[in-house]
Write a protein that binds this ligand. Sequence first.
Ligand code: OOG
Ligand code: NI
Length: 464
Amino acid sequence: MKANNFVPADEIRAAFSRAMSAMYRDEVPAYGTLMELVSKVNAATLEADDKLRTSLTETDSLERISEERHGAIRLGTPQELSTICRLFAVMGMWPVGYYDLSEAGVPVHSTAFRPVGDASLKRNPFRVFTSLLRLDLIADETLRAEAKVILDARQIFTPGALALIEKAEAEGGLNAADAETFVAEALETFRWHDRANVDSPMYKRLHDAHRLIADVVSFKGPHINHLTPRTLDIDAVQTQMPDYGIAPKAVVEGPPTRQCPILLRQTSFKALEEPVSFRDSDGNWKLGSHTARFGEIEQRGIALTPKGRALYDELLTASRAIVRPAADGSNAAEYAAALKQAFTPFPDSWDKIRLQKLGYFSYRLTGAAEGVVLDGDLETLIADGLVTFDPIVYEDFLPVSAAGIFQSNLGDDQAQDFTASPNQQRFEDDLGARVLNEFDHYAQIEQDSIDASLSASLARSAAE
Ligand code: OOG
Ligand code: NI
């Protein structure tokens, strides 16, 4: 077999996420400010917490802590979705999970393209939450048809990007020069266009139907609408945002502050009103504005089993029955208190979470197992201090949180009712692929770590 000199997909993704970050900081200066705040808070948190610093050094690279973890785009057509799936595949990003946002008043369904497997996630964790507009949920049939015509006429990928996707597929990878060109060409799809694709009356009609529809249909491409670095203390960043001149959304989405973090907590600054122009029937560009782009932060905890997730969903619903977070932030403190209160039944120790099978863990042999003949089942080995466990980090998203992020950035008065209509089959047909089930994936990682620990112990026993 001829040796190839392909650049690893993980490297292409790392280069792409760096390029995307630079472009977005340049396009949205407030995002650069948020990044600064996040680095400061992360540095202060690490400074104050030796244990955290040590555990992060072991499992992560410290200097990459504040780098982006995800971004998001909204697409208009099945064709765009299936091509983006091929584009992300070149960077080692695969569709994981299906999210129906219609239930929460947003006419899209989504997946997350992300690296799969520990080594790839460690090399670069960047993922893109990708939504497809559901024109079928738009009541106005005439508008629906017009929107489809506009979307079908646009091409969101450059010829260079398309050619390199094909080359990567045909040859199995890209060499260094092609990879560099690919990153530059792919980036074009995510760029902001301040000249709309539609005239101002059409923009208004789309906007009146739903702001999200205007955002997807009115532009030449699916501009990246936010990027999200990781923070080690989301409550601190939320509190300090106003000091930096940025307006946070009303509340942090997801679970409350806990000793043992679960799933995902997120917050964002509100989308900015930006100047755009529309070519009107007289041929002149007319100045208007559009609100779409924001910055977000996230803090991740343990991936929950279906049982743990059901409990999370139940408690979140219970908290919202007590207090619904108001868009203007006026009841933020009451909401935080109700959330904390509602979550008391969720155990807050790793032992309990593990023994009640609420979360996924990765198992490994301890130093004490060195030179010892291991015998017994997993629980005995743990009790004897020969095997230990670490929580597996949740790498996916949460539909209720995502809807909260969408809503706060679409204008909070816009909550609109759609009938819940998940259609994963349709989404996968449009995607041209099946999405990976995130629960199966975490369960497999857990099982592999158990098998590896037990077989290492057996191999050692046999060698004695
Ligand atoms: C995506 C919102 C979802 C998240 O972090 O939950 C998301 C969007 O507004 O397009 O990114
Ligand atoms: Ni996000």
